[in-house]
Design a protein around this ligand. Structure first.
Ligand SMILES: Nc1ncnc2c1ncn2[C@@H]1O[C@H](COP(=O)(O)OP(=O)(O)OP(=O)(O)O)[C@@H](O)[C@H]1O
Length: 721
């Protein structure tokens, strides 16, 4: 066995040297060709091909590949090794493939193969290719040095299934402050999502740590490779919950050689499109309101403003309001620029309703007013007396200005504000039954902040919808592909709005209903989204294996969920990676800060690089941050509006930790008051627990939360702090 490992190692060393010398040779040859600065198109194209080869070779120069698959294509004599890397490398000038790009069709075998002796196949551009896999090997090359050779399948040996050995080695590593690419260990169920066809709205329900975010980013790299003639990076967009999260995931795409993809939050994107006409109300205030504990805690049901305004019902309500506006926007009178000349109301309406009916509302207004102006000029041409002409021209312009004033040029915000005028809008002619459909408290509440030129996150989709009806959606606002992370917190209205902006319903929509902690705006069931698309436009995937946390943490987190939710969306299945039992610890408030300092010290002197203390509210986090800082610990406080995640020790409200991960996590205040048996609390605590990779502790004082009090098993341990 020892000697076969050695042989494999030597074989790979030799192959690696050959690869490096070929890469070096090509790079040197390219260096000798000076960049082309001229204007000849063919030369420019050749130069850009050389530049992209140069870039690829530079990537391959340090870590050319990470995997090898020996595949014997049916009808061919013997298996040939395929080396799989982040970029493809061909021998020059023979074009023989030395390294296959991980996104190439044949590379899919490396990911989809799960063992066994049966034939396998992949879809090549020329049709299905069948054959047998002989060897699947993982290779770790760092800075040109071959560090590990791990065979996860060997047809000639006695092991018939692909082992997780290499995956476990990667999962056992500590994490820093950035999410990383997983090209070397993509799992088959993840690969199916990454390589799914472009023109489909993919909805992915994945348990915590199942790799949703990572998979979505790899999918973008795949789409750019596979559909290079149809999609552009600048025309793709990622929506994430907050700026800090975007910072956290910011390394993955560059690691995959992908740049220029727009990355934003829905709110930032919307405010920009709305020209910042209104300001966003302080988000911390909304979070404080929804995440408070005790008897004042509000119900997160369908009456919540976010649920109401995020509903398709509200969208249809807006349609009616817009239709009424459309019907009554054109001033009701004839237009007479001067005495003796008249344009009838019917003619103007004909221009508005028939000639320009395909244009958005404000464009129609603009076109019709321009048409009236042209008509006026033609009428003026018929007048011969110079002084009359001058007089008519002046009068006509003044009357047209007055006429246009009665045809109000609303901004989306101005229109929306009018809609929420308590008692109905006279200007928009909108009283009566339509208006009565909205709950009175919602109207009063909304009017109160709109008056101050403030908006809430739930107003963004309606405002953008109005914008689209007013001005249309132009080229640079349409996307080739749209990714929505943490989509369970999105509303149907938001998705419907993005549907208007996205070509060919090409979406990757990912989330976890069990982590739906913003239930005052988010969905209850993925059906709320699938219903927005036509039959056959969506594909649903479920990821149940969790890669982030140890088995102990996953078992514990699943119990938390079961104790608060009758039927959880799905329970996570851990990979076989064992760690310490989860610790449930009683700590008195007076001793808390000192105990935290000790515990963090112990975790850091063990294996943990990143440690997080999670509390329920921002105020509590501020207090703990102060106490820990006073004890000399270098602690980062993560608050709403945070732009960067620094790693190290963090104090974070649980709701802000969503999407992040830490080597070790201590959740404080897990008592009966802070975490009741309600579903919302179970989801929040589930999010908190599943942030931990290797170690998890839950601290409480007095009575422990009913979500954890009864959890027993060898994966949990009651212990001293
Ligand atoms: N195939 C894989 N190989 C190695 N690591 C993986 C794999 N899949 C996921 N991971 C790791 O698991 C962790 C969780 O991934 P990610 O954050 O993408 O999951 P998620 O489903 O978005 O999680 P959550 O919903 O909890 O935020 C990351 O550290 C990621 O690198």
């Amino acid at each position: 066995m020892e000697s076969s490992v050695q042989t494999a190692y030597q074989e790979e060393m030799q192959r690696l040297e050959e690869t490096f010398s070929e890469i070096d040779r090509q790079l040197t040859a390219l260096k000798d060709i000076p960049p082309y600065k001229g204007t000849d198109h063919t030369e420019q194209v050749l130069d850009s091909i050389r530049e992209s080869r140069r870039r690829n070779l530079a990537v391959a120069q340090t870590e050319p590949y990470f995997g090898r698959l020996d595949f014997q294509e049916e009808g061919l004599g013997k298996p040939s090794p395929l080396y799989i890397g982040k970029v493809g490398v061909e021998k020059d000038p023979s074009l023989e493939l030395m390294v296959v790009d991980w996104r190439a069709p044949v590379a899919s075998l490396f990911y989809s193969f799960t063992g066994g002796t049966d034939p396998v196949h992949y879809e090549s551009p020329d049709g299905l290719v069948e054959g047998l896999v002989y060897l699947k090997r993982n290779l770790v090359i760092r800075k040109q040095i071959l560090q590990r050779v791990v065979d996860t399948f060997d047809r000639t040996g006695d092991q018939m299934a692909v082992t997780d050995e290499f995956l476990l080695y990667r999962l056992g590593e500590n994490k820093d402050n950035k999410l990383r690419d997983i090209v070397s260990t993509i799992q088959s169920e993840q690969d199916a999502i990454i390589r799914a066809v472009k023109n489909s709205a993919l909805i992915i329900q994945g348990v915590a740590g199942s790799g949703k975010t990572t998979v979505a980013l790899h999918r973008l790299a795949f789409l750019l490779y596979q559909y290079r003639d149809q999609v552009k990076a600048e025309r793709m967009i990622i929506f994430a919950p907050n700026r800090m999260f975007l910072d956290y995931i910011s390394s993955v795409l560059p690691e995959l050689g992908v740049g220029h993809i727009q990355q934003t939050t829905f709110t930032d994107w919307a405010l920009e499109l709305l020209d910042h006409e209104a300001k966003l109300a302080d988000p911390a205030e909304q979070l404080r309101y929804w995440f408070q504990t005790g008897s004042a805690r509000p119900a997160m049901d369908d009456t919540a403003p976010g649920r109401w305004k995020g509903s398709v019902r509200f969208m249809r309500w807006l349609d009616q309001a817009l239709a009424q506006y459309e019907a009554s926007a054109v001033p009701a009178a004839d237009f007479s620029p001067w005495d003796g000349a008249k344009l009838t109301h019917q003619t103007i309406r004909q221009w508005y309703d028939v000639e320009n009916r395909h244009e958005p509302l404000m464009k129609r207004r603009e076109r019709v007013l321009a048409r009236i102006k042209r008509w006026m000029e033609m009428e003026l041409d018929k007048v011969w007396e110079t002084h009359l002409k001058k007089d008519y021209k002046k009068k006509g312009s003044a009357r047209l200005r007055d006429y246009a004033k009665h045809w109000t040029d609303y901004s989306p915000f101005g229109f929306y504000k009018e809609l929420f005028a308590v008692g109905g809008s006279k200007a928009l002619n909108l009283p009566g039954p339509l208006f009565a459909e909205l709950p009175a408290e919602l109207v009063v509440y909304t009017e109160s902040y709109l008056k101050k030129k403030r908006v809430q996150p739930e107003d963004m989709a309606p405002l953008l919808y109005i914008r689209s009806k007013f001005y249309g959606i132009h080229g640079d606002l349409t996307f080739d592909h749209t990714v929505i992370d943490e989509a369970q917190d999105f509303s149907p209205f938001q998705i419907a709005l993005l549907h208007l902006h996205t070509r060919n319903h090409s979406f990757t929509i990912l989330g976890d209903l069990s982590q739906g902690i913003h239930a005052y705006q988010g969905i209850r069931d993925w059906k709320e989204f699938t219903e927005l698309f036509a039959d056959g436009q969506t594909a649903y995937f479920q990821l149940n294996r969790s890669y982030r946390s140890t088995m102990e943490i996953i078992y514990f987190a699943n119990e938390v969920l079961k104790n608060g939710i009758e039927q959880p969306a799905a329970l996570a299945v851990p990979v076989f990676r064992s760690g310490d039992p989860v610790q449930v610890v009683e700590v008195k408030e007076a001793a808390l800060a000192a105990a935290l300092k000790d515990a963090i010290g112990r975790l850091q002197s063990g294996d943990a690089t990143t440690v997080a203390v999670l509390a329920r509210t921002e105020a509590r986090c501020e207090q703990l941050h102060k106490q820990l800082t006073a004890q000399g610990l270098p602690v980062h406080l993560i608050a709403a509006g945070q732009q960067h995640y620094e790693g190290g020790i963090s104090v974070v409200p649980s709701f802000m930790a969503k999407g992040l991960e830490f080597d070790a996590v201590i959740v404080v205040d897990v008592d009966a008051e802070h975490y009741t048996a309600a579903a919302e609390d179970a989801k929040l605590l589930y999010v908190a627990c599943t942030r931990a990779l290797h170690a998890l502790q839950l601290w409480y004082e007095g009575a422990p939360s009913p979500l954890i009090a009864s959890i027993a098993g060898d994966f949990v341990q009651a212990s001293a702090p």
